[in-house]
Design a protein around this ligand. Structure first.
Ligand SMILES: NC(=O)c1ccc[n+]([C@@H]2O[C@H](COP(=O)([O-])OP(=O)(O)OC[C@H]3O[C@@H](n4cnc5c(N)ncnc54)[C@H](O)[C@@H]3O)[C@@H](O)[C@H]2O)c1
Length: 268
């Protein structure tokens, strides 16, 4: 029997669909939050994917409401937040989960893709915070959990400089904003997923012409625990940071990575 760690909370989870069949980090987070008693307000550019998450939550007896909202369109984000406040009266939790990676070093990556990476990985969180933080400030309480990546902390064996730089930007955005908002009762933290086997992994491999099975094998071997994590691992770390159990923790990162950040990536 669940302890209902988020009973009565109104929680926004962005990107709560999954861009491919299976579980994404936002999708699992939305389901775990609902199981813990939160009313989940999900957004996704792909409403169909978000609706699938809603159906799963409702089939388990939870409460969820989904909205189509492009996280990069400031007027859509503002209208979405206004609607949530009108309908539910408050916002206790915001999970900024939207993000994506693109390959390439500084020479190979196009300027357009560089900008797109910063938009999806940093601007999406900035825009959501821009409209949600004033609501939390009026309440005198709130928790924001941003989804980073180990790429923010180290080279991961893959050339993806824009992803690394933008996720590092997200981490520092979170830390600096956490200090500003600490006196107002609002906490901001980042989960740092390592190599996670979400549905998007296969879609990503197909998009860039990479052999999925070989890539999965390589990713499993690279982790000290000898396997990738799953979306539930990320969801449970987000749950902790979003809950009152983490009431004295702000501006921090929780790696969810099977130990990979601590290795050199070499074996002798
Ligand atoms: N899968 C991994 O190995 C891994 C590792 C580290 C970090 N992460 C991070 O976890 C997060 C989620 O990853 P995932 O693998 O579950 O991805 P995913 O692609 O399955 O989920 C992301 C969701 O965001 C939505 N989305 C994308 N752009 C949007 C926009 N502009 N507006 C609204 N919705 C939008 C997509 O439709 C999708 O449903 C990302 O921030 C990612 O960088 C993933």
């Amino acid at each position: 029997m669940s302890a209902k760690r988020l009973e009565g909370k109104i929680a926004i989870v962005t990107g709560c669909g999954s861009s491919a069949p299976g579980w994404g980090n936002g999708k699992a987070t939305a389901v775990v939050f609902a199981r813990e008693g939160a009313t989940v307000i999900g957004t996704d550019a792909n409403l169909e994917a978000a609706e699938e998450t809603r159906k799963i939550i409702e089939s388990e007896g939870g409460r969820a409401f989904m909205y189509a909202c492009d996280a990069l369109d400031s007027s859509q984000v503002r209208a979405f937040v206004e609607k949530v406040v009108q309908q539910f009266g408050r916002i206790d939790i915001l999970v900024n989960n939207i993000g994506a990676s693109a390959p390439g070093g500084p020479v190979e990556i196009s300027e357009e893709m560089w900008d797109a990476q910063f938009n999806i990985n940093v601007k999406s969180a900035y825009l959501a915070c821009k409209f949600v933080l004033p609501v939390m400030e009026r309440q005198g309480k709130g928790a924001v959990v941003n989804t980073g990546s180990i790429s923010a902390h180290r080279y991961t064996g893959k050339h993806q400089v824009a992803y690394s730089a933008s996720k590092a930007g997200l981490v520092q955005f979170t830390r600096a904003t956490a200090v500003m908002y600490a006196p107002k009762g609002i906490r901001l933290n980042t989960v740092i997923p390592g190599l996670i086997n979400t549905g998007a992994l296969k879609a990503h491999a197909d998009r860039y012409g990479v052999d999925y099975d070989a890539m999965s094998e390589g990713r499993n071997k690279a982790v000290p625990m000898l396997h990738m994590g799953d979306a539930w691992d990320v969801a449970y770390a987000s749950l902790y940071l979003a809950s009152d159990e983490a009431k004295y923790i702000t501006g921090m990162e929780i790696p969810v990575d099977g130990g990979i950040r601590l290795t050199t990536g070499m074996s002798y």
